[in-house]
Design a protein around this ligand. Sequence first.
Ligand SMILES: [Zn+2]
Ligand SMILES: [Zn+2]
Length: 129
Amino acid sequence: MPAAPRKQCRKPGCNRLSTSAYCEEHARKKEVEVKKQQRDYDKLRGTRTERGYNNRWLKASKLFRAGKVCVMCEAKGIAKLSECTDHIIPHKGDDGLFWDESNWQPLCISCNTSKASSEEGGFGNMRKI
Ligand SMILES: [Zn+2]
Ligand SMILES: [Zn+2]
């Protein structure tokens, strides 16, 4: 049985002969390289989308709470200008809840932080204010 024709490895400077485009070593390196490029591309795409998402949210949030006071401070009779927009129902990555303006409320940073920590505490650990 005649042996398969062997050609020189396509990697410049490599003189090894192979039955495929690359010698064994460079075929493996090529594969790793392609996979790395795909990962880098995915990473880049990911951050770009995230950045766009954040920018959109920051703009929407700013517009929404412009001139509004923190609703939790207001409930306590304090007029404090809002510093962030809070999701009344935690969106947990749900796009519908995230972008639903009726689910937004203006809060100051400290109220937002205390709300987040009391939520994380869950049932049985609810603090009464
Ligand atoms: Zn090679
Ligand atoms: Zn507040």
